[in-house]
Design a protein around this ligand. Structure first.
Ligand code: PEP
Ligand code: MG
Length: 574
């Protein structure tokens, strides 16, 4: 019987193949009493299971290479931290001793304690880490039960297998990666879940939040996965199958063709030159940047160097990371955003859970509140600046006093280096992210004091429309085409262009081909996006004719009727 399932598509494309169902070890463990004389042994069993899992995670860490290493490494570090959390590692042993019970029972009871603690966290992203706690405990249980290290069962249809799981840990995905699945589906996971993040980095069609896929799909069922639409068709009929096969080969052809324009200059039909930069999280991402021919880094989200660890990265450690990127980009611009911590990206040591994190001590506000931490980063960036064309980008500026304080702190960092006779780029450019409506509406002062601007549309939309970008329940209201958003974005680009201040867009809008012509029509000539999006955007640029599209974008700014805006966008992209 053919049926269709709907979930959240996290990575686009079409895959056709056979279902390969996987399941985790059950958490329904036995509970039995352990005599006093055996308690020491039971505690030793727990210790050795923990050590086995530690070794397992370390060896996985060592085996990960290539472009995904950064993200997987971070996930493995997180699992390692959960494993070492005293609520699990120490308290489970105490539980065994106090309750005279078996180790398996003790660890699952302590897992429940930790899960309750996570449940009380307000932050969506952190709450989703509950799944990681379960995955870590599953590993310990497997070690206790004598079969550590999950080895994926052999594939029946190597090359066309689609993995169907209730949930997947990133560590599992590393192992599955070697088995060349063509897509994967999970019952759980949201857009910010680790599974979703890994899925995107693997670049295969993936859908999460399918809820009952694991129950409804049988092993070996024929599946069509449409990652862009978030749709799975189970046991499709011949007509549907041939239609998707055709679409799949068209997409493949398109992908191959796109590679041909890797080194082509991004110039519109009428000859306007456009710069296509890449957004990165960690130095390892440079591989993908090069593969897609980006001509610079428009946004290095440096805060990722601070995540998944107990301590802060030292000045030298940060310097190494920034210098690596600068060197690998061989003189092309590298825009390092100072740490945008707070909101959904918190230090592990952060004690306070803000009532309203997106409006709290985030980004530059946190940097100014923690001047020593900021000073360390600024020195590291400045020291790396003589190894390439580095620029400093400051997130979430909202007022002139923040700009002044920031510039003063940059000058202090420079002075401290001069005193130590450490050379750096004295003329390093300092730019500001425009992602708060207040900044967009008082742009003159930003343009007078800063060398360049970068529009963070993700936050600009969040703050303009008062929609928490991490909250699923209001996700449908997140609208880049809202007249207020369009007018703000157009105003920023137009004002900066008139004042001859370089301006880029580095939010998700820049990587979505639906908006390429719109932004070109507003006058944008510098886009920064995830490297995987770059060639499609370039293709759109190459097909665009600025004199033709500009009048349509002007019309879009004059109306506040959403239907008309959508009609005009269609015409623009037609
Ligand atoms: C943005 O807000 O658009 C942006 C690029 O920054 P981030 O997504 O890291 O907040
Ligand atoms: Mg932002």
């Amino acid at each position: 019987m053919s049926f269709t399932l709907h979930g959240v598509g996290v990575s686009g494309g079409i895959a056709i193949g056979h279902a390969h169902l996987v399941s985790h070890v059950t958490l329904e463990v036995a509970h039995y009493a352990v005599p006093q004389i055996e308690i020491e042994n039971e505690v030793a069993r727990l210790d050795s299971a923990f050590n086995m899992v530690r070794a397992e995670l370390d060896s996985l860490h060592a085996s990960v290479t290539g472009s995904a290493a950064a993200e997987y490494g971070a996930f493995l570090d997180l699992h390692r931290m959960i494993l070492d959390d005293s609520t699990l590692s120490v308290a489970a042993k105490t539980y065994v001793t106090q309750n005279q019970c078996n180790a398996e029972w003790a660890i699952t009871q302590q897992m429940n304690v930790l899960l309750v603690q996570f449940e009380q966290i307000e932050d969506d992203y952190l709450r989703e880490r509950k799944a990681d706690v379960v995955q870590v405990v599953e590993r310990v249980l497997k070690a206790l039960l004598g079969h550590p290290g999950y080895v994926p069962p052999p594939l029946k249809h190597d090359g066309d297998s689609i993995l169907v799981a209730h949930d997947l840990s990133p560590a599992d995905v590393i192992q599955y990666k070697r088995h060349s699945f063509t897509a994967f589906l999970t019952d759980l996971g949201g857009l910010t879940s680790h599974t979703a993040i890994v899925a995107r980095s693997l670049n295969i069609p993936s859908i999460v939040a399918l809820h009952h896929a694991r129950q409804l799909i049988r092993d070996n069922d024929l599946l069509i996965v449409d990652g862009s639409q978030g749709v799975v068709i189970v046991n499709p009929d011949r007509r549907v199958l041939s239609e998707y096969r055709l679409r799949q080969s068209q997409l493949e052809l398109e992908k191959r063709k796109l590679k041909r324009i890797k080194t082509t200059a991004a110039t519109t039909v009428d000859g306007s030159a456009v710069e296509l930069f890449a957004n990165i999280e960690l130095p390892q991402d440079i591989e993908q940047v090069k593969e897609n021919g980006a001509t610079g880094i428009g946004l290095f989200r440096s805060e990722f160097l601070f995540l998944n660890r107990d301590d802060l990265p030292t000045e030298d450690e940060q310097f190494e990371a920034y210098r690596t990127v600068a060197r690998k980009m061989q003189g092309l611009p590298v825009t390092i955003r100072t740490f945008d911590l707070g909101a959904d990206k918190n230090l592990d040591s952060a004690k306070r859970v803000a009532v309203n994190p997106a409006l709290g001590l985030r980004a530059i506000r946190l940097s100014l509140a923690e001047p020593q931490m900021f000073h360390t980063q600024l020195r590291a960036i400045l020291r790396a600046s003589r190894h390439g064309q580095i620029r400093i980008l400051v997130p979430m500026l909202s007022s002139v006093s923040e700009i002044d304080q920031t510039l003063r702190l940059i000058e202090n960092a420079k002075q401290s280096l001069r005193e130590e006779k450490i050379t750096f780029d004295e003329k390093i450019q300092v730019g500001g992210m425009i992602e708060i409506p207040a900044a967009a509406l008082s742009l003159d002062i930003f343009m007078r004091k800063l060398d360049f601007l970068s529009v963070g549309t993700n936050d600009l939309i969040q703050y303009t429309l008062a929609i928490d970008r991490t909250d699923d329940s209001v996700a449908h209201l997140y609208d880049p085409l809202h007249p207020a958003v369009l007018r703000l974005v157009a105003h920023i680009i137009r004002s900066a262009s008139r004042a001859k201040v370089p301006v880029a867009v580095c939010g998700e809008m820049a990587g979505d081909v639906l908006f390429t012509r719109l932004l070109l029509g507003f006058g944008l000539r510098q886009f920064s996006m995830h490297p995987a999006q770059l060639l499609r955007v370039k293709q759109e640029v190459l097909r665009s004719n600025v004199p033709v599209i500009t009048p349509i974008t002007h019309k879009m700014l004059k109306t506040d009727d959403p239907v008309k805006i959508h009609q005009l966008l269609k015409k623009l992209n037609g």
